[in-house]
Each structure stands twice: as structure tokens, then as C-alpha cells.
Design a binder for this molecule. Structure first.
Ligand code: KG4
Ligand code: ZN
Length: 346
């Protein structure tokens, strides 16, 4: 028996819709089609996401995206078995759009609905690739709002090993980029500029590198970048690529070394990297090199599925249902969870 799952993502500044088909047994669910609209351009003028604008844009985009997905997959709305939506964490107003549309579709079709944890979506997104990982693995979850190392033993079996005590890695990229006038979101821009710079020019701190635990801290690094930028004054423009390269090197070194420590601590031989910062080229290069030396396999989501998307939400729903961790219900009185710890799912 197969299940057709519609997934809707609207937790922040991307509207994503996707169709995933889950077969019975142990088969990895299959992505049939997905469509995405990024609001980045709209928010750029404000230097960050404006929640009210985000919600309104999700409303405009979500149904046309759904139509595109059904057309691409050659399926009809009536064929959907379960409607999944992101229930949290994220911006409340933005989440309400996806949850409202998801539950309205469920009610209209008389089909069950399922609220999905956004981070579980990121965590399981490498299962959308042609060469999916096997459990158990260490997961490095690095997004704009979260930086966590987890031990993952199966769907819904997540043990937190360490996390950031202040800013997330993506936030460190974005805030440093903003200080350098690189716009929003700065991560990709900073990483592009860094390619022309020398990462050894500025000695920036590697916070908590030798703390003995698996926690992270990036707030001090951002302050160090600010101090350095101020010190440079008029010189900043000319040295920006070096500062970008030095910043990126500091963030990546901490992420790679802590991930290796998590592997040693757990004795596991597999890593999954998920979340927007997982698109960073230097992180991929350095983690791949370090893990190859230790015969550890590293899995990433496909590059275009690193940042927020509907495919990972449909996939997480499919895998939770398949694993028997969840039952979709004909319960359309939805709520959203702007703050929602991942380990509360276990
Ligand atoms: O997972 P995501 O799309 O959204 C959240 O759930 O937060 O991650 C977005 C974050 C942003 O901070 C963005 O700057 C960062 O991922 N990011 C990158 C790169 N691509 C996206 N950071 C560094 N290098 C990149 N290539
Ligand atoms: Zn995300």
C-alpha cells in the first residue's frame, strides 16, 4: 500500500510545497515533485525577515505552488492521503499560514493531517538524496536559528549531544556579513567573498573549541568581527575578503572539530549534516577531508534541499508515519509551536 503525502513549509521566509510517496515496508519514501518560493528579495530591503510581510507572502504563494506540484507530479488533489505542514518552530504568523492551509485542505478532502517539526524535516532531508544514510548517525544541524549535535538512532530517536549557548552558526554568518555590508541573508554572500580572501590574516576566536563538551558559542566571534571591522575603518573595504575568509574559517573549524569529537564520544561512523549552513562549501570540504581520514561517511542533503523546503516536511511526515511514531488524524483544530524543542518528539 502506498501513501501520497502533501507537505507544506512556511516557518520563515520560504514557501515550500511537495509531494512524497511512501511505500509500505522499509522502502525510503520517494519525492515526486516540489516547488519553492523564496522571499529573500522582498526582505532584503529591511536587512532581515519582516514577520508580517512573510505571512502575507506565504498566503499569496502557497496555493499556486501546490498547483504547480500537482501538475509536475501528474497527480490530483483528490489523490492525497495525508496533508503535512510545519507546526514549528518558526515565526508564529508564518506557521499559521501553512497550518491553516494544510488543515483546510485536509478538512475539504476529508483526509488526515499531520503537524511536522521543522528541524526533524532538516534532519531527515538527506533521505531525499539518491544515496540515503542508514541509522544510527551523528547529526550536525546548522541553520539560521539552530546549531545542534545529535545522536540519531532512528526516526523520533534523537539525543541532544550539544548545542549553541547563544547565536546559531547561520546567525554568526548572517550577523558578520551584515557588519561587512553584505546584505541579507549574509551566509552565502560571505562565503562567496571568502573565496577571494586569505583566512589566516585575522586571528579570530574559536569559541568553546576546547571546552571539553559539545556546546557551541558564536556571539563572541561576532563581537570580534565587529571589533576588527571598526579597527580597520577605511581599510575595511580593501580587506573585506580577508575578514570574510577569516570569519568563515573560524566558524567552520569549530563545527568540524566538535563534530569529530561527537563521533569519538558516540563511537559512530556516520555523520549527517543538515540545515542551511550545510550548503557551505568550506564546511563540506573540511568535514569530508577530516572524516575520510577516519573512514567516516558524511551525508548531506542535495544542495537545493539544504535550506527550507516542503520536500523535507513531506519526507519527515512520511518517515514518521512509516515508523509508526505518529498517526495522522482528522483533527483540523490546528495550533502552531513557534518554540518547540526537538527532543520533546522522542
Ligand atoms: O535552514 P535554513 O534555510 O533556515 C533556518 O531554518 O534557519 O538556514 C538559513 C541559514 C542562514 O543563516 C543562511 O545564511 C545560512 O543558512 N546559509 C549559509 C549558506 N547558505 C545558507 N551559510 C553559510 N554558507 C552558505 N553557503
Ligand atoms: Zn530551516
Amino acid at each position: 500500500m502506498s501513501l501520497l503525502i502533501l507537505g507544506i513549509e512556511s516557518s520563515c521566509d520560504e514557501t515550500g510545497v511537495a509531494l512524497v510517496e511512501a511505500q509500505g515496508g522499509a522502502h525510503v519514501p520517494r519525492l515526486l515533485a516540489h516547488a519553492l518560493h523564496s522571499q529573500i528579495e522582498m526582505h532584503q530591503a529591511y536587512g532581515g525577515v519582516v514577520p508580517e510581510l512573510a505571512s502575507r507572502d506565504h498566503i499569496r504563494r502557497v496555493l499556486p505552488l501546490a498547483e504547480a506540484v500537482f501538475a509536475e507530479a501528474g497527480r490530483t488533489l483528490g489523490a492525497v492521503d495525508v496533508v503535512a505542514f510545519t507546526r514549528g518552530p518558526g515565526l508564529a504568523g508564518a506557521l499559521l499560514v501553512g497550518a491553516g492551509v494544510g488543515c483546510a485542505l485536509g478538512a475539504a478532502l476529508d483526509k488526515p493531517v499531520l503537524g511536522v517539526h521543522h528541524l526533524e524535516g532538516h534532519l531527515l532531508s538527506p533521505f531525499l538524496s539518491a544515496d540515503p544514510p542508514e541509522f544510527p548517525f551523528v547529526a550536525l544541524l546548522v541553520s539560521g536559528g539552530h546549531t545542534q549535535l545529535m545522536r540519531v538512532d532512528g526516526v523520533g530517536q534523537y539525543a541532544l549531544l550539544g548545542e549553541t549557548i547563544d547565536d546559531a552558526a547561520g546567525e554568526a554568518f548572517d550577523k558578520s556579513a551584515k557588519l561587512m555590508g553584505l546584505g541579507y541573508p549574509g551566509g552565502p554572500a560571505l562565503s562567496r567573498l571568502a573565496q577571494q580572501g586569505d583566512p589566516t590574516v585575522f586571528a579570530l576566536p574559536r569559541p568553546l573549541l576546547h571546552s571539553g563538551d559539545l556546546d557551541f558559542s558564536f556571539a563572541g566571534l561576532k563581537t570580534a568581527v565587529l571589533t576588527q571591522a571598526r579597527k580597520l575603518g577605511d581599510q575595511l573595504e580593501a580587506r573585506k575578503a580577508d575578514l570574510a575568509a577569516s570569519t568563515q574559517a573560524a566558524i567552520v573549524e569549530v563545527l568540524v572539530k566538535k563534530t569529530l569529537k561527537a563521533l569519538r564520544q558516540t563511537g559512530l561512523q556516520r555523520v549527517v549534516v543538515a540545515g542551511g549552513v550545510g550548503a557551505n562549501r568550506l564546511l563540506r570540504e573540511q568535514l569530508d577531508a577530516a572524516c575520510a581520514r577516519q573512514r567516516v561517511r558524511v551525508h548531506y542533503p542535495e544542495l537545493h534541499l539544504c535550506t527550507d523546503n516542503g520536500a523535507m516536511i513531506a519526507m519527515a511526515a512520511a518517515m514518521r508515519l512509516q515508523a509508526g511514531r505518529e498517526q495522522a488524524r482528522r483533527d483540523y483544530a490546528f495550533d502552531v509551536k513557534p518554540r518547540w524543542p526537538l527532543d520533546s518528539l522522542c
